[in-house]
Design a protein around this ligand. Sequence first.
Ligand code: AGP
Length: 632
Amino acid sequence: MVKYWEIETEIEKGYLYIMCGIVGYVGEKNVAEVLTKGLSSLEYRGYDSSGVALLADGKTKVYKAEGKLQNLKDLLATKESEIKTANVGIGHIRWATHGVPSIKNAHPHTCNCGKLAVVHNGIIENFKELRAKLEAKGCVFQSETDTETVAHLVAQKYNEVKDLKEAVRLATKELEGAYALCIIHQDVPNTIIATRRNAPLLIGVGEGENFAASDVPAIIEYTKKAIYLDDNQVAILKADSIQIFDADNNEVKQKVELLPWEPIALSKMGYKHFMLKEIHEQPDVIRNFLSGKLHSATEPIKLDEVKLDKLKLKNLNRIQVVACGTSLHAALVGKYIIEELCEIPVDVEASSEYIYRKTVTDEHTLVIGVSQSGETADTLTAVKQSKARGSHILIITNRPDSAMAREADSLVPVNAGIEVSVAATKSYVAQLMAFYALALHLAEIKESADKDEIQTIKNELLLLPQKIELLLSKTDKIQKCARMYSSSKNFIFIARGINYATALEGALKLKEISYINATGYPAGELKHGPIAMLDETLPVLSIMMSGKVYEKILSNAQESKARNARMIALTDSTDEKLDELFDYVLNVPHVHELISPIMAIVPLQLLAYHIAEFLGKDVDQPRNLAKSVTVE
Ligand code: AGP
């Protein structure tokens, strides 16, 4: 593994690839079109350069472009006559963390004779040693990437064993680190060799055609049947056959799974951006989550996904939640609600911090990993570390087919449907729902909360979709507010109690897609420093949902008013006096305080969306970000 203290140096050298997307196709369709369409649907994984390699007219032909995928599409449009006979190909989109993305460093990479081409997602950690050995044997490197070592290494093995699958199997035994690889060779027509270790890769099973891809969206238009490769397995894909071998070269039985996605899930359905569509899907996401779990407030919540028996649940003395980004904010709400209802102490920690210190989880701790993608490397590592210490692992994820899900002792899929926009919205709401369900389930088993309160919360959860629909039907005021404040260079979000996480998440959404510097603070902390920044240019958005801290935050807002800040309120209160204190009041339907984070985040998602949209930003694919981050 790249050690944490080495990461910065690695990044400086441009060697770390946070996320990339891979597609492979063998069959009769227009190969370039299948590959670029597939890459298009993986753009959320990263998009600073792209490339394809095809076998056409008996030759390996490689095409690469810098920047957006459209540049590659434009290039391929000029090469139609060169590539029209192709019936096999591999493609890649790359997102590097540092250094100028270049054609030279874009994939596919080839061996020196140019016959073999490889696309790769992951990091080859021992690439320096391998490169030195290969150079000593006469290989000439064209790029600075770790991936090129794979091309030379496999080519060398192929020259020895004259069997491409065997060459890949032997070469990968020498690789350290993480990889998903697709490889073609001009002497092995109509064939892709695919393999993986600690990086996602699935095989799409078609009729007279087969696919390989980093993720479902790249293949769902063509097939709903897929095989998930295990670590170190090597697959031979031909148009009419798939064979899979384990690391010891034994052929293994294929487990074909039916993919739960519909192609329609990948369309914008008339919305200008995926993010806006996904925000509007939230009422259905809540309904979907509750179906089968909660039908009426008088029945106990059903959460069969939790596999700890009642006695163990009753005896739990600690919960540790690990997550990153938006998922971390969902965990903060989870902590609040579990501590409130279940009397179990809950620690929440950013996975990237958790994994590099001595943590004290054991078999009496429930460890919860939260992740939309289920592939976030830091969270995956944190979960694996806790599992090794004997803790029960509960995973809350939108991807029950992910690496993290495979580590779970208890798996709670949030079923938000595929989330394309890099900025998480509906998956956040779905994660919150999972925490509410878990807290209610624990409270009912432990009998730790007042029965009436539990019933009220359940009732409120059941009513929530309609209330959010009501909010989503009238967004003019949010849009106006967005236009009004879009020129601000900085933004402050303040809240208290259960909505502190909402302030953090609202600020994160704004930062991510509009690039405005936004910070969330616990409102009581304002006067301990941040208040020094306030003046007539700085918008302070106070999240004031009714409940026990409402009056407190009102006073904190008054402190901001006294420093001439630009005042915005987000509230479910109908108090007319608020119009005197605030320049803008964004109203939401009234909800129970404990449920309020789900209601309060929606206008903040919309505010961030409309500001970014008004500023003409790339809403669904903000700069420098990738949808999931699969290396530490
Ligand atoms: C959310 O808008 C962000 N793109 C990001 O913070 C994300 O939540 C984080 O990278 C964690 O991803 P995960 O939920 O897939 O683990």
